[in-house]
Design a protein around this ligand. Structure first.
Ligand SMILES: NC(=O)c1ccc[n+]([C@@H]2O[C@H](COP(=O)([O-])OP(=O)(O)OC[C@H]3O[C@@H](n4cnc5c(N)ncnc54)[C@H](OP(=O)(O)O)[C@@H]3O)[C@@H](O)[C@H]2O)c1
Length: 352
């Protein structure tokens, strides 16, 4: 009898719904507070992921500071998760409960133990890749696909237009995080046969201490953004690269980088300028400038067909390497602080 009671007790424990917790933002500019959160339910096209690791992006500091993009308070934010599928929406075919996955753009924010992720922004994480490595990938996938694939200009956020880049860029002014994943679309129809291949921006402008790292990420030539002869060196490198110059992907997008961009574009006769922030106000007529916003359905076929095999084959590398700030939701605030202070060639990650 005692044994029977014991078995029943364990069975009940197993059936009990897990308790969710989140790092809540109660109002802009305040520290996150860890407390209970509802266990999310997936819509038919979503997954609930039991997070093992979440990543910090610079965007998250803007969200914390000014509440940008927050629809409802208190709020959970954060963009990237890696973990195990806990529940699968009724229409989702590609995933099963227990699958190891990475995913981006969670509907209710990543900084929780359980998070809802759209299935079309998720991919299976190969067993050989740890959650802390894999979680550096999702936002970069979206950003790289958007910057190189958007054929038509469109509105990213009110009043800010996306550029119509649509071709592999040959010159990138890049932070490592965004730049490490660059795709060239081989066929016009992105859904045709999943023919995406890693391309690599050929010329990169980075800090001198990150030259080797940038080459490892695929750059054929690297230049120091502090070099006073930078513009002339870039013009020469483009001339001898053997590639057609398409434009610049500015993954930093500050007044300093814009000054270089516009000088280079002027000397090369114009081209595309794709920025991760609103582009400079006045650009010459031969420069097609715009901001990309890394949330776009154009990335769906990449998530569906490319990400997992590319991770398996090493075509997508989980770079920059993560720096694990700690284990537990309470470390997210510390990680956000470190991110705001600035990092070099790493992505801050919190294990859960
Ligand atoms: N619009 C979008 O959808 C979108 C998407 C992703 C990111 N973003 C934005 O893009 C920016 C970068 O994001 P991130 O995640 O890549 O940030 P990050 O990893 O924190 O960027 C830090 C890296 O940028 C490098 N860097 C700084 N200034 C540079 C310059 N003038 N030239 C070359 N490299 C420079 C730093 O180099 P050192 O090592 O030399 O310090 C460092 O390695 C952020 O402002 C973010 O908000 C926008």
């Amino acid at each position: 009898m005692l044994l029977l009671l014991s078995v029943v007790g364990n069975h009940k424990d197993k059936l009990a719904a897990p308790k969710n917790q989140a790092a809540w933002l109660t109002k802009p500019g305040t520290p996150l507070q860890v407390s209970a959160a509802p266990l999310p339910k997936p819509s038919p096209s979503e997954l609930v992921v039991k997070n093992a690791a979440v990543a910090i992006n610079p965007l998250d500091s803007h969200v914390q500071d000014i509440g940008v993009f927050i629809q409802q308070w208190p709020a959970i934010f954060g963009c990237d998760v890696a973990g195990e599928v806990y529940e699968v929406g009724a229409d989702v075919q590609r995933f099963n409960k227990g699958d190891r996955v990475i995913g981006g753009h969670p509907q209710d924010g990543a900084y929780a133990l359980y998070t809802v992720v759209p299935a079309n922004k998720a991919a299976i994480l190969p067993d050989a890749i740890s959650f802390t490595d894999g979680v550096v990938v999702p936002f970069a996938v979206e950003t790289a696909v958007c910057v190189l694939s958007l054929k038509e200009p469109g509105v990213a956020i009110p009043g800010v237009f996306t550029p119509a880049l649509g071709l592999p860029a040959v010159l990138g002014q890049n932070s490592h995080r965004v730049r490490r994943l660059v795709f060239r679309r081989l066929h016009d129809d992105p859904a045709s046969d999943g023919s995406w291949t890693a391309a690599g921006i050929h010329i990169s402008i980075v800090g001198a201490h990150n030259f080797d790292f940038s080459r490892r990420c695929g750059a054929a030539q690297v230049f120091d953004h502090k070099d006073p002869s930078l513009v002339n060196k870039i013009i020469e490198a483009v001339g001898t690269s053997g590639h057609e110059f398409i434009g610049i992907f500015d993954a930093i997008a500050t007044p300093n980088t814009y000054a270089h961009d516009l000088e280079i574009l002027a000397k090369l006769g114009g081209g595309h300028l794709a920025c991760v922030h609103p582009p400079p106000a006045d650009v010459p007529a031969n420069v097609k400038a715009g901001m990309i916003f890394a949330v776009n359905d154009i990335a769906t076929p990449v998530w569906k067909d490319y990400v997992t095999p590319a991770l398996e084959a090493g075509k997508i590398q989980c770079l920059p390497p993560p720096t694990v700030v700690g284990k537990g939701l309470e470390y997210i605030q510390e990680a956000l602080k470190k991110s705001k202070a600035g990092v070099s060639a790493t992505k801050l990650v919190v294990e859960l």
